[in-house]
Design a protein around this ligand. Structure first.
Ligand code: PLP
Length: 376
């Protein structure tokens, strides 16, 4: 199998599995219990909290573990609206993940007004549009750090500064940026930051919302006193420990990440752009994650391409894995190139630290062959 869908999920790292295993076997207590067999687990959760905080240079006390980044995204939007009941306006972009966009859609049905900022042909955001959309009624700006489909990076520091100057809280979905780009919450005033363990080689079903001290907050899950009352529910101890381990490894490896992965991505992209007639890149050439390539192959429907690539053993996608079961075109590419069929005729390749160099050659060959067959 040639796996080129790391933005969908990454394999569980062996170190992470080893760190998690005791908490799936011998150490299965409940951290909220009063006896030590359970309560000892609290210190393991706190160690993981410190590791996750360190990856984004936050304070450990600001990290709230969740069941996914989807939950973290939902919680951030809810928190800003619940804690500021007088404000009923949200600003986001047209290219966010469905965890934000579909929750916005739901919130609209509850009377919240939502502005979706457009992007240009390269997937970039114009700050002027954000500035013009901010009102006294705006409860939150929610913009992602890096796009899951194209890898395009938003000007997060500028957005944060603008929101801060206008007194509007800022939520950033950093799921795809974490471990791939430096994130420093001491330098960039983001109020809420969403993270997901499984994109970093951690387990699925665990995420975090980093809530800056003093940011308006209200829990979305009401229950026990876990996470200092910020998220009820018995902690996923093994998952949290795994997240901590994955975050620690990601922080350690971040300095070499781009230098390792970008040449592989560039080789894949350059060769396909040259060899497949009419192929074009979706997303800015440089303001982009070093592992992601979204390409349109004119005349080739994404669905057919991905099916044949799957038969050839190549895993790629047409956008977010969360929406892969729908036959909707990519909302991200459609927002960038609304006039063309690019959104229906694209594939996303996203590489990871485990991607072998040989896979790139095989993926290139498989795509070339498949496109040739489909065009015939
Ligand atoms: N946000 C972005 C940008 C993503 O890419 C994803 C996963 O695809 C999510 C949120 C949702 O993460 P999770 O799978 O942890 O719910």
């Amino acid at each position: 199998m040639i796996y080129s869908d790391y933005n969908a999920t990454a394999p569980l790292r062996p170190e992470v599995f080893a760190a998690m295993k005791p908490f799936l076997t011998e150490r299965w207590g409940n951290p909220s219990s009063s006896y030590s067999f359970g309560s000892q687990l609290k210190s393991e959760i706190e160690a993981a909290r410190r590791s996750v905080a360190k990856l984004v240079n936050a304070n450990a006390s600001e990290v709230v573990f969740t069941g996914s980044a989807t939950e973290a995204d939902n919680t951030a939007l809810n928190a800003a609206l619940i804690a500021q009941p007088e404000k009923r306006h949200l600003i986001t972009s047209a290219v966010e993940h469905s965890a934000v966009l579909n929750h916005c859609h739901f919130l609209e049905s509850q009377g919240v007004r939502v502005t979706r900022l457009s992007v240009d042909r390269d997937g970039l955001l114009e700050l002027g549009r954000l500035e013009a959309a901010l009102t006294d009624d705006t409860a939150l700006v929610s913009l992602m750090w890096a796009n899951n489909e194209t890898g395009v990076i938003f000007p997060v520091a500028e957005v944060a500064a603008l929101c801060r100057a206008r007194g509007v809280p800022f939520h950033c979905d950093a799921v795809q940026a974490a471990g791939k780009l430096p994130i420093d919450l001491k330098a960039v005033p983001i109020d809420y930051l969403s993270l997901s363990a499984h994109k970093l080689g951690g387990p699925k079903g665990v995420g975090a919302l980093v809530v800056r001290k003093g940011a308006p907050f209200a829990p979305s899950l009401h229950g026990g006193h876990q996470e200092k009352g910020r998220r009820g529910g018995t902690e996923n101890v093994a998952g949290i420990v795994g997240f901590g381990c994955a975050a620690e490894l990601a922080a350690k490896e971040l300095p070499g990440y781009a230098a390792h992965i970008q040449p592989l991505r560039d080789r894949l992209e350059t060769e396909l752009l040259q060899s497949v007639a009419g192929a074009e890149r979706n997303g800015h050439a440089t303001l982009r994650l070093p592992n992601t390539s979204s390409l349109t192959f004119p005349g080739i429907e994404s669905e057919a391409l991905l099916l044949l690539l799957d038969q050839a053993g190549v895993c790629a996608s047409a956008g977010s894995a969360c929406l892969a079961d729908s036959d909707e075109p990519s909302h991200v590419v459609r927002a960038m190139k609304p006039e063309s069929a690019a959104a229906r005729q694209m594939a996303r390749f996203s590489l990871g630290r485990e991607t072998p160099s040989d896979d790139i050659d095989q993926a290139i060959e498989a795509v070339e062959k498949t496109v040739r067959a489909l065009r015939r």
